[in-house]
Design a protein around this ligand. Structure first.
Ligand code: HSE
Length: 454
């Protein structure tokens, strides 16, 4: 053995590597669980060099024990009862991949109470019950790591919690649901309406048999809620998020948006304002020239704007077996490196020290400030446009662009498309109600929010 300082470091490192591996218990071995098992086995040597110790999945709980046994092939003990994993004193880290708020919550809290560190991909659980779970983990001195909960393989939690910690973060906007981005890409490419594309997506296996959480924006809102808490140092507040999905989108609006130089994306947005924070998920017009507007198919992307760094963009696969396993295993490496550290010296769960979390309110949607796209089907008569623009002016809403379609042959109605400058949502809602009441407005007004993301 060499006696140089470098040699001593190397020797000490080797002693660590020789220490017994960290033992992991997996709760649920479906798509992400089996990816985690395979990637960990395949890259064990590389991961060991990074973590300083081996990381081994030694126990797996899954109700489908036959499927679990087929995945692990005798390399880990398989049980049906997750509580056997939690009760095993040899297990250091419990990985929760069951999902949902039900049994997963009970098991995570029990694992914490048993002194296990927890790694989870469960965004629904953390967005809704995160405050309780993090408090319990702090109390017990264990870590709850959740990189896989937001945007799958993209290390956005790491970026927000650590990489950008010099910044006062101003806003985040993300395509954080692959299913809906796939549907929107298909609607735009093929000029089809939502229902038709959803059916195709289900047939091809891109969308779940019950895609409600995806298409109604709930999955994206879970993820936006977690990012908002970490970016601004506030508790998770899913119940305050404004959530709209893509089910009412019509092909015509994607087409008009395109003609005006925009694409429609389902964005999760959280933004710092003087009066509080915005936290919202909804279809959004984004300038077609922005990188995020060109994220197609099931890919995810998150844009973060910090005061020092400016705008940064993170792009990658937001779901899938090995991309999500990549995030789960990164957490396992982090927990392995830090589990002997004083709990006060670890990265706080929500990035900010727990006692420094702020009570900044989440603003109600009526107080949110955005630009708007409006589509009105109107009677093609003199004075109609003047009346509409007059109502907008009465509410202090400034028009940015206006497009009027030629009436079709023999038709006496036409579409008017209006893009506005930034306005307070409450004012826009009142203006829309007034315009809708005009006898010359012939169909429900379509309104979509527009963000420049400059
Ligand atoms: N259902 C999610 C999506 C993947 O479509 O992006 C898991 O969060």
């Amino acid at each position: 053995m060499t006696t140089s300082p470098a040699g001593q470091t190397h020797a000490a490192g080797r002693r660590d590597v020789e220490a017994h591996p960290v033992q992991v218990g997996l709760l649920g071995i479906g798509t992400v669980g089996s990816g985690t098992f395979h990637v960990l086995a395949r890259n064990q040597a590389e991961i060991r060099r990074r973590a300083g110790r081996g990381i081994e999945i030694t126990m797996v709980a899954d109700l489908d024990t036959a499927r679990a046994k087929a995945v692990v092939g005798g390399r880990a003990q398989v049980v049906a009862d997750a509580r056997q994993v939690i009760a095993n004193p040899d297990i250091d880290i419990v990985v929760e991949l069951i999902g949902g708020y039900g049994i997963a919550k009970a098991l995570v809290l029990e694992a914490i109470a048993a002194g296990k560190h927890v790694v989870t991909a469960n965004k629904a659980l953390l967005a809704v019950h995160g405050n309780e779970i993090f408090a319990a983990a702090r109390e017990r001195g264990v870590m709850v790591a959740f990189e896989a909960a937001v945007a799958g393989g993209i290390p956005i939690i790491k970026a927000l919690r650590e990489g950008l910690s010099a910044n006062r973060i101003e806003w985040i906007a993300g395509i954080i649901n692959g299913t809906t981005n796939f549907i929107l890409s298909e609607m735009r490419d093929k000029g089809l309406d939502f229902d038709v594309v959803l059916e195709e997506a289900q047939r091809l296996g891109y969308a779940e048999a019950d895609p409600t959480f995806d298409i109604e924006g709930v999955d994206a809102a879970h993820k936006a809620t977690i990012m908002s808490a970490i970016a601004f140092g506030v508790p998770v507040q899913f119940d305050r998020a404004h959530v709209e999905g893509i089910t009412r989108l019509q092909a015509a609006d994607l087409r008009y948006a395109e003609q005006l130089g925009y694409r429609i994306k389902l964005l999760g947005i959280t933004r710092r304002r003087d009066q509080g924070l915005e936290l919202r998920v909804h279809p959004t017009l984004v300038p077609a020239k922005r990188l995020i507007a060109n994220v197609e198919g099931a890919m995810n992307a998150v844009v973060v704007h910090g005061d020092a760094v400016g705008t940064t963009l993170y792009y990658g696969k937001g779901a899938g077996s090995e991309p999500t396993a990549s995030a789960v295993i990164a957490d396992l490496v982090d927990v392995t490196r830090l589990h002997t550290a004083d709990p006060d010296h670890r990265v706080p769960h929500l990035a900010f020290q727990p006692e420094a979390l702020a009570d900044t309110p989440i603003l109600p949607i009526e107080q949110v400030v955005t630009a708007f796209y409006l589509r009105l089907q109107v009677a093609d008569q003199a004075g109609v446009l003047a009346r509409i623009t007059g109502i907008l002016a009465e509410h202090g809403i400034s028009i940015d662009a206006l497009l009027q379609r030629e009436s079709a042959e023999g038709e006496s109605k036409t579409d008017v498309i209006i893009l506005t400058h930034d306005t307070v949502e409450g004012d826009m809602r009142r203006a829309i109600a007034q315009m809708q009441a005009l006898p010359t407005v012939l169909a429900p007004i379509v309104s979509l929010r527009k963000e420049e993301l400059a």
